[in-house]
Design a binder for this molecule. Sequence first.
Ligand code: HEM
Length: 453
Amino acid sequence: MTAVGDISGTTTDRRAVISLLRRLRSPEGQSNPLPVWDQLRALGDVVSAPWGGYLVTGYDACNQVLRGRNWLVPDFAWQERQPHSERWQAPAAQEMSRALFRLNAPTHTSQRRGLGNLFDRGTLDSLAPRIADHARRIVDELAERVHADGEADFVTVVGDQLPVLAMGEWLGIPARHHAHILDFTHRQVHSQELLPTKSELAVSAQATVEMREFFTGLIRERRARPGDDVISGWIRYWDGQFPDDRAAADQTVYDLVMFVTIASLETSATLMTNAVWLVAQDSDRWDWLRRHPEHIDDAVEETLRYDPPVHINSRIAADDTVLAGTPIAKDQMVHVMYGAAAHDPRRNENPERFDILRGGSHMTFGGGIHYCLGAALARLEGRTLLTELLNRFATLRPVSAPTYAPRMVFRRVTSLKVTTDDDPAAGPAPRPPVEDAESSPAGRCPVHRAEHP
Ligand code: HEM
């Protein structure tokens, strides 16, 4: 393979990289990773990681890895080849080794074929009104709390809730289980971190036990009372693929259900909260978007670019290869940095500006054969929620900056306190007249740099 375009190779400044990664994981780096991404990119498009392997920071180099045929995901066989692999032998990592994003061809191909397009037009059309009802209800609850207490935590009342409500609708999981699912999901993902600590792996191991118990029970119930829901459909399909091996069918259905749940909840919640933080921190921007609801999709898209819910993803070199001038040996791991890539000024001009109308490029849903299967659902949730919030609140503003869990892979906002200046007695804020492009050119959308503490 050859190096691509205007991109540069590796650096060996190990101490600089260690210090930057420490910063990225610190509260300061979590609340504003942009300067760390810039400095990593300044070290090269492909930067040696202190623990071996490489960090891929530039847009084109990341794209090349995600779409290239000579890059694989780190699957079970690769995990087993790792020496001293306490991390890869951990129960939570072993459990995830059967999940779709850890499979290579041909197993990956057959599972994707079996799933088809999860969120085709018909499925989205049938989910949309239910998701809108849920969004309306939780936004009403947010308004009640803000009016009663002066402020409320957007994450707990809304951001965490809409994805689990949407997932519950889609998979047919009753609301009484949602808090439990959210709880074990938040704990399970520690095992996906770049360098999970022993205590994080122990937390993930316990969450894995709870997750397995819950989803195997759910699949058992669906077997006993099949319906026309998604899980019953998967059971029928995989029974057909493994006609003499019900355990193999059950295992595959379990792997799919548990993974779509984690893949959906840990990511969409971050998208919801990021969208509000990035739009509402500027009252002019909030007001502009109320007058230009036709740009709500653009706001969701720029949120996805500006702060991807998954910051890092990994691949393995299938053979000895060269990436951006850097020789990489077979089996070496590279870490694709989605956030650093989306802020590469060679791809998106003035990347530090949150600019709803930029029409920028990102790879927040991945690329190539592992492209996210839930992208359409995540976008629908983002659009629906922003629409409801803009309808409900003439003003909505953060009381303070959000707080984050100390993670580098799956981003997680733990709290975002919001308030409003709306009159509680007045009820839902009347919509301002929608402005056409002539009287209020879209170009007047405020494009200031998003605030970071
Ligand atoms: C904002 C929300 C979301 C983000 C940022 C996101 C991001 C991603 C990324 C980056 C990948 C690629 C992984 C790789 O290349 O190894 C991926 C894969 C995947 N996502 Fe999402 N995702 C989101 C929402 C969802 C939802 C709502 C679902 C399901 C309902 C979902 C299901 C999946 C599945 C099944 C895969 C694995 C695809 C494969 O390996 O073939 N995601 N997602």
